[in-house]
Design a protein around this ligand. Structure first.
Ligand code: DAH
Length: 342
């Protein structure tokens, strides 16, 4: 019986094929080869009709038994291969939850940004709008319209970077006042933060620094309004116990002009290193907008009055955070900025 030999031989080949199978894909292929529609075992079934009829039932049984055996064998191996594959995946995808995580490095807000944000929120609460001026200005906006014509001695107070004959890097955010007053009728209430430039460079000066300008123009604005607003600002920024005082000063674009001091928030006014023993710290310049400036901008000074103020952001940051060298603010070292996180 040729067929019986065939059967033993098929069994042997199945055992041989199955024993080093590594993946379920090859498993499927081999299973198809033996059990698929055109596979070896179904082909044996088809050959039954060539046998004499009396031999067919017995041979049919033998082939069926072979098929069942083969299915069982393949199932067994399939389980083993799948388990091995699962195992391999577990190994590959294993995570050690005790390993320290990869920290993502985070930046930090620059102290200037923190101060500007704080000032903006204090003044926005008083109804100020933000106006962002331009850093490249003409001589007219930076000086002349602000009552500082050529050869005016006050120009010496602000050394200037000129960009050719017509343009310069603004030395003060006050230049923005003129743009605002030219383009908008009172009531005006703006706050203008931005960068300014002067060729100074030492522990308390940098060629580029930031200022915050404020301007209020309306009917009946007085120095009292300025004082009241400054009291409010100083308390919010430096602490509720802080007082303000005005000292006479001079700026070409304000008349009268004042220098504004706050009582020392470090020693409470007794005198310390921060306030150099005086009990007071100078924080900004301010005054009533000069009639000449209002006129230059097409605003009638008999109908409207206004006050203006300007402060150095780095100066406020240094005072508030106890920073002793301005250079630290321009080095971009995140370890520095991180100390002032809000
Ligand atoms: N622009 C002045 C400066 O840079 C600061 C200043 C003083 C601004 C008085 C003002 C002001 O608006 O009224 O030194």
């Amino acid at each position: 019986m040729d067929n019986i030999r065939d059967i033993d031989e098929i069994k042997a080949r199945i055992e041989e094929a199955v024993k080093d199978i590594k993946s379920s894909a090859t498993m499927r292929e081999i299973k198809m080869k033996f059990l698929g529609k055109a596979g070896e075992i179904p082909s044996l079934m088809k050959k039954l009709k060539d046998l004499p009829p009396e031999e067919r039932p017995a041979m049919g049984k033998v082939i069926n038994a072979l098929r069942e055996w083969a299915e069982g064998r393949f199932n067994e191996f399939e389980k083993m291969v799948k388990a091995a594959e699962m195992d391999e995946r577990y190994q590959k995808e294993k995570i050690d939850v005790t390993l320290p995580g990869n920290r993502r490095k985070k930046g930090a807000y620059h102290p200037d940004t923190l101060i500007v944000d704080e000032l903006v929120s204090v003044f926005a609460g008083m109804g100020f709008e933000i106006y962002e001026g331009r850093e490249i200005e003409t001589d007219y906006y930076n000086f002349t319209a602000l009552n500082t014509p050529k050869d005016h001695p006050a120009r010496d107070m602000q050394d200037t970077f000129y960009l050719g004959a017509d343009y310069l890097l603004r030395t003060q955010t006050s230049a923005g006042q003129v743009h605002v007053m030219e383009s908008k009728k009172p009531p005006i209430k703006i706050l203008s933060p931005g960068k300014v430039y002067r060729p100074d460079d030492d522990a308390t000066h940098s060629p580029m620094f930031s200022q915050m300008e404020g301007l209020v123009v309306d009917k009946g604005i007085t120095l009292c309004d300025l004082k009241g607003m400054l009291d409010e600002f100083a308390k919010k920024i430096f602490g509720s116990g802080v007082k303000t005082r005005l000292r006479p000063s001079y700026f070409p674009f304000t008349e009268p002009s004042v220098e504004v001091d706050v009582s020392c928030f470090e020693c409470g006014g007794k005198g310390c290193k921060l306030c150099k023993g005086t009990g007071w710290i100078e924080v900004l310049g301010a005054g009533m907008v000069n009639r000449a400036v209002l006129e230059n901008c097409g605003i009638d000074p008999d109908e409207y009055t206004g006050f203006a103020f300007g402060m150095g952001i780095e100066r406020i940051a240094m005072l508030k955070y106890g920073i002793n060298n301005m250079k630290l603010l321009f080095e971009g070292d995140v370890r520095f900025s991180k100390q002032f996180r809000v």
